[in-house]
Design a binder for this molecule. Structure first.
Ligand SMILES: [Mn+2]
Length: 417
C-alpha cells in the first residue's frame, strides 16, 4: 500500500477524535518463548492499518488541538548495531517516513518524555488508546500496561477506546484493499487446488497441509494468513482442528478452512472434497445442499440487509433443502447438522473486528459459510466463500477456487489419477 493510503486512514481516524485529545498507538511487544527465543512478532492490526510499519515497539503519538489541527510523530527503535547483527536491520527514519507518510520520526527512548510534556500541558482532556480485549481475562497488551502506569499521573485525562473508531473504518474496504484481497484469492486458490490435485486415499492430513504451504510459499515468505484447518474423515467434526495427524481413507471427505494474505489483507476459504476424487451419492447430496444455499445467499445479499440475517437465512434455506432431500425430518432440528454460523468480516484479521449491529453496506467483505456435519454418515465439510458487497448486490471473490462438484472433480482428475 502507498503512504497516501495510511495517511488517509489516519486522517479519517483523527476526524472522529474529540478536540483536545491525544492518541497513543503501539505496534506491540514481543513475547518471550524461552531463553533468547521469542514467539513470532505480530504487529497490532490497528497500528498496521494506520501506520503501515510492521515492526515491534513502535509508537504513534498524535495530538489534536482545539481547532482540530493534528500533529503526529512516529517513534521507532533507535539503531543498535550489536542487536541488529543478531536480529536484522531495524527500520530507518527515512524508510519509516516513506512507508507511513509521517514526517516527524523520533526514537522510542524519547516517547515517554514527549508524552508527559503533552499530558502535563493542560491542553488535552482525552487520551485515545487501543483498549481492545475480546474478554476481560485476556492478557494485557502495551496500551493496557501504558494506561495502568499513566492514568494515576494524569487523572484529568479521560481514556477513550481508539479501537472502536478504527474497527468502524476497517469495516468498509477501500478499492486498494479489495484489489489486495483479490490477489490473495489467487494465492489461496493455488493452495487449495494443489491439495485437490495431490489428493488420494491414504494421504495424511499433514501431507495436504504441506501441499498448501508449498503452493503459498511460491508467492513469498509470509505463508498462510492464519493457522490452516485441514482435516479428513471424522476429524472434520472438530470445527477448529489443528492436529494434522489423521489419514484420508477411501470414501472420506477432506475439509479445508484456509487463507492466504496479500499486503496484510486476508482471505478465508473452505472447501470439502472426497479424497478419492469422486463424490459418492450421500456426499453429493449434502454438498449440493450447501452449494445451493451458498448460491442463494450470493443472489440475495445486498446493501441494506441486516448482517445477522445472513446466518439466519443460511440456516433457514439449508434446512429446507435438507428436509426436501429427506435428510431432515423437521426444519427446527437443523442444529443437528449445522453447528456454526460463518458470516464474519474478513480483512486485516481473519475474523475482522467490527462494530455491531451492522447493516450491510458497499465495501464490506464477509464470509458466507455453509457447514454440514452428518455424524451418522461420517460426512462433514463446509463451503465458505468471501462476499464483497457492491452498490447493488454482491460478488463472490473466492469463486475462482473450484466450487461446484463438476469443477472440483475436474480439478482432481488432473491430479493423481
Ligand atoms: Mn474460515
Amino acid at each position: 500500500m502507498k503512504k497516501e493510503y495510511f495517511a488517509g486512514n489516519r486522517k479519517r481516524m483523527y476526524e472522529q477524535m474529540k478536540e483536545h485529545s491525544l492518541l497513543v498507538l503501539f505496534s506491540g511487544l514481543e513475547f518471550r518463548k524461552t531463553q533468547d527465543e521469542y514467539y513470532p512478532f505480530y504487529t497490532e492490526r490497528n497500528f498496521l492499518y494506520l501506520v503501515g510499519i510492521d515492526a515491534k515497539q513502535a509508537v504513534l503519538l498524535a495530538r489534536k488541538d482545539g481547532e482540530g489541527d493534528v500533529k503526529e510523530c512516529l517513534y521507532i527503535l533507535p539503531p543498535d548495531l550489536l542487536k541488529e547483527r543478531w536480529t536484522g536491520e531495524r527500520i530507518k527514519d527515512r524508510q519509516a517516513a516513506e512507508i507511513s507518510g509521517i514526517n516527524e520520526i523520533a526514537y522510542t527512548d524519547t516517547f515517554e518524555k514527549d508524552f508527559r510534556t503533552f499530558a502535563a500541558s493542560g491542553n488535552y482532556h482525552y487520551l485515545y488508546l487501543d483498549l481492545y480485549k475480546e474478554e476481560a481475562s485476556d492478557q494485557d497488551r502495551a496500551s493496557h500496561f501504558f494506561w495502568k502506569r499513566e492514568s494515576t499521573e494524569y487523572p484529568y485525562l479521560r481514556a477513550e477506546d481508539a479501537d472502536v473508531i478504527v474497527r468502524r473504518l476497517r469495516t468498509i474496504k477501500q478499492p486498494c484493499e479489495i484489489e489486495a484481497m483479490k490477489e490473495a484469492e489467487k494465492i489461496t486458490r493455488d493452495g487449495i487446488v494443489a491439495m485437490m490435485k495431490a489428493s488420494r486415499p491414504g494421504m495424511y492430513e499433514y501431507q495436504y497441509k504441506a501441499e498448501f504451504d508449498y503452493a503459498l510459499g511460491q508467492y513469498g515468505p509470509q505463508g498462510p494468513a492464519f493457522p490452516s484447518i485441514i482435516s479428513a474423515g471424522r476429524n472434520n467434526f472438530c470445527i477448529h482442528y489443528y492436529e494434522y495427524k489423521g489419514i484420508a481413507n477411501d470414501g472420506d471427505m477432506v475439509l479445508n478452512d484456509v487463507g492466504a494474505w496479500y499486503d496484510n489483507l486476508m482471505n478465508d476459504v473452505s472447501r470439502g472434497w472426497p479424497c478419492n476424487g469422486k463424490y459418492n451419492v450421500r456426499q453429493k447430496l449434502l454438498y449440493e445442499c450447501a452449494l445451493q444455499t451458498s448460491d442463494h445467499m450470493f443472489a440475495m445479499i445486498k446493501p441494506g440487509m441486516e448482517m445477522e440475517q445472513v446466518d439466519k437465512e443460511v440456516r433457514r434455506f439449508n434446512a429446507r433443502l435438507l428436509k426436501e432431500a429427506g435428510v431432515l425430518k423437521n426444519e427446527e432440528e437443523i442444529g443437528t447438522y449445522m453447528w456454526h454460523g460463518g458470516a464474519h468480516h474478513v480483512g486485516y484479521d481473519v475474523h475482522d473486528a467490527v462494530v455491531r449491529p451492522e447493516i450491510i453496506a458497499p465495501g464490506m467483505v464477509f464470509c458466507v459459510d455453509v457447514g454440514i456435519y452428518h455424524e451418522e454418515w461420517g460426512i462433514g465439510f463446509r463451503l465458505e466463500d468471501n462476499c464483497l458487497v457492491t452498490e447493488n448486490g454482491c460478488e463472490n471473490l473466492s469463486a475462482i477456487t473450484p466450487r461446484t462438484i463438476q469443477e472440483i472433480e475436474d480439478t482432481m482428475q488432473k491430479g493423481y489419477k
